[in-house]
Design a protein around this ligand. Structure first.
Ligand code: BDR
Ligand code: CA
Length: 317
């Protein structure tokens, strides 16, 4: 089967960096472009970090375009979780040699999608500002997209969803919290959207075994050392190892959609609430459901064992 064409829109970030590793090394995917956004760090930092990863992987053939520097309406918030001084779990990779693409990320998304109508999936592992702007800039983009797969939202499906809330309100997820207006545009666009929320993307069943860690340490691959250092960095700060690979679940889903079980649900984005700002509100009522809310595919569970095997095999390959 031909590989699936994807654009990875991201804000690296240690787990975005690992998503780049997975996507670029998987034979199931053809990464047409990496577009960067503000989010975990300012867009200059995320653009540099994306290029550092491509240098590390020897994939300097993939264009990296810098995107939006701030959310559509509000100011950029400060992330309560830190990805380290360099935004890459203090791996301190060398400065990138690969130059930035001369196009803005929004234009690269528009051009790439329109050049391959019906074929390109955009993967969002950061705030959705770039994609929302592309949908506004050229109304042909929405109908030409194959779909969107995003690390987005928290839907209250299990105890992890809100216990691990990453936004800076009690029940919001960071990517939506940073730019809820952009998320609202994408959710309402009519483009098929799979939202993998914190219910599934933060998980405690996942851990790296001693054998996994030994294999990462023994590997000559720099991406294996990158992940090993990231695990050391987060566990050293009292967090669980899954923090290093949250965004990778979107890549896992695209490599093999049977990894993630989804259901259809209507979701509204809270753009105003004092306590609920940035929340993805799932209308799960069995009566009087709001038909005006967009219906999307929401991740319910994942096969973490199989996911980790795919991830580990790709990192070590
Ligand atoms: C998201 O927050 C960011 O810190 C991670 O990179 C991930 O995309 C999870 O809420
Ligand atoms: Ca991210």
């Amino acid at each position: 089967m031909a590989p699936r064409r994807v654009i990875l829109d991201c804000d690296p970030g240690m787990d975005d960096s690992m998503a780049i590793v997975m996507a670029c090394k998987s034979p199931a995917l053809e990464v047409m472009a990496i577009t960067t956004t503000h989010g975990n760090y300012p867009v200059d930092v995320t653009s540099t970090n994306a290029r550092k990863m491509l240098d590390l992987l020897g994939r300097t053939d993939i264009p990296v375009a810098r995107g939006m520097a701030r959310p559509m309406v509000h100011d950029s918030p400060t992330d309560p979780f830190s990805h380290g001084a360099d935004g890459q779990a203090e791996n301190f990779l060398p400065e990138p040699r690969v130059p930035l693409c001369t196009l803005h990320a929004v234009d690269l998304i528009v051009d790439t999608v329109l050049a391959h109508p019906g074929e390109v999936t955009v993967i969002c592992t950061g705030p959705m500002t770039n994609l929302a702007m592309a949908l506004i800039k050229d109304p042909r983009v929405g109908p030409a997209l194959a779909g969107v797969v995003a690390i987005s939202g928290a839907f209250g499906l299990n105890e992890h969803a809100y216990a691990n809330a990453t936004g800076d309100t009690p029940q919001s997820e960071w990517n939506v919290y940073v730019d809820p207006e952009a998320a609202e545009i994408v959710y309402n666009s009519g483009v098929p959207l799979v939202a993998i929320g914190l219910d599934v993307a933060t998980y405690f069943e996942v851990d790296f075994s001693d054998d996994d860690l030994a294999q990462l340490e023994a590997s000559p691959r720099p991406e294996a050392s990158f992940l090993r250092q990231a695990i050391r960095y987060v566990t050293g700060r009292g967090y669980d190892p899954y923090c290093t690979i949250i965004d990778c679940m979107a890549i896992g889903y695209l490599i093999d959609p049977t990894l993630v079980d989804t259901f259809k649900g209507r979701v509204g984005i809270e753009t105003q609430g004092r306590l609920t700002y940035g929340m993805t509100v799932l209308d799960s009522r069995h009566h009087h459901t709001w038909g005006h809310l967009p219906e999307i595919d929401i991740a319910r569970t994942a096969d973490y064992g199989r996911f980790l095997t795919i991830l580990r095999d790709l990192v070590l390959a």
